[in-house]
Design a protein around this ligand. Structure first.
Ligand SMILES: C[S@@+](CC[C@H](N)C(=O)[O-])C[C@H]1O[C@@H](n2cnc3c(N)ncnc32)[C@H](O)[C@@H]1O
Length: 289
């Protein structure tokens, strides 16, 4: 981590101010421009490639063969497909409220044809299409901040409790609320892709829930879940069940191949995010690269 980044983080950590949460201007991502910008960021070797692989590896360690997995707010499904490719023995349903996003996701699924991914339009605060105790694992990546308020976050967690089987598992990751607007601006400007993406990213950081809000809400799932934030400042927060197992050889081989396919810059970013979480007490189930 460079000295300017470290200084920026220390300034945020020591700050007395705490910016209030500002909900996303577009909660459900209906806009074609937003959908396209986000889908582009999630392409193989798009700016989010390192994060998608990081999540896929962490999610793999809570999955079991035969699991039914519900991915809340799957968006264009790049992340979902990455997890599904690493775990061909599990079945996945991606849910999103935006028909625009789902059309994009459908195209991506059709192109990859993994055979274990279905998509559904729906609202994560009301999981009516899913019966009680019908899902083994719930995942949700970079989407909880799209909920309008704390009540919607709590409603989502109560629904997660209802649809999860008694020994169900969770992996949720999102931004945490940073204290200073200037830190949010700094991180948004750091991932340069397009003006649309930078603006959406800044809005996401402003809409992030605090670590306290996320961990209190996840307690409503009734599952034993631990909360891990990146070291020094909660740039990202993971709420997850304890790993079920070490990564098996076949999954590990697929993860290693995915890591090898990343550009050197994304491999560096992968190591950075893994190191940042590890310093916050959350390690990978296996070393890659
Ligand atoms: C930033 S994208 C993240 C997509 C994906 N999970 C990923 O990591 O790439 C957020 C997604 O949440 C969806 N969304 C927002 N509110 C929702 C809700 N109440 N129910 C379901 N999806 C929602 C948006 O339409 C959008 O596709």
């Amino acid at each position: 981590m460079s000295i300017p980044v470290l200084l920026r983080m220390m300034r945020d950590r020591l700050s007395w101010q705490l910016q209030p949460r500002e909900p996303e201007p577009e909660l459900v991502m209906h806009s074609a421009a937003q959908t396209q910008a986000f889908a582009q960021a999630g392409e193989d070797n798009g700016v989010l490639a390192f994060l998608y692989l990081y999540n896929a590896v962490q999610i793999s360690s809570v999955l079991q063969p035969g699991d039914r997995v519900l991915d809340l707010a799957c968006g264009p499904a790049n992340q979902l497909l990455q997890v599904a490719r690493l775990n061909p023995q599990a079945q996945f349903v991606g849910l999103d409220a935006s028909p625009t996003m789902l059309r994009c996701a459908q195209d991506a699924v059709a192109q990859v044809a993994p055979g274990n991914v279905a998509l559904l339009q729906g609202d994560m605060t009301r999981l009516a299409p899913f019966a009680d105790a019908s899902v083994d694992v719930v995942t949700c990546t970079m989407s909880l901040h799209h909920l309008p308020d704390l009540a919607a976050l709590q409603a989502t967690m109560r629904e997660v409790r209802r649809v999860l089987k008694p020994r169900g598992r969770l992996y949720l990751i999102d931004f945490g609320r940073l204290k200073r607007r200037s830190t949010q601006r700094f991180f948004a400007d750091d991932l340069r892709l397009s003006a649309q993406f930078t603006n959406d990213y800044f809005n996401s950081l402003r809409a992030a829930f605090s670590v306290q809000e996320l961990s209190s809400a996840v307690a409503l799932t009734g599952q034993p879940v631990s909360c891990h934030a990146t070291a020094l400042i909660p740039f990202m927060v993971v709420l997850c069940s304890a790993p079920q197992h070490a990564m098996d050889a076949a999954t590990r081989q697929r993860a290693e191949a995915a890591f090898a396919a990343l550009t050197p810059e994304h491999q560096r970013n992968f190591r950075n995010i893994a190191g940042w979480f590890r310093s916050g007490g959350y390690s990978l189930p296996c070393q890659l690269g």
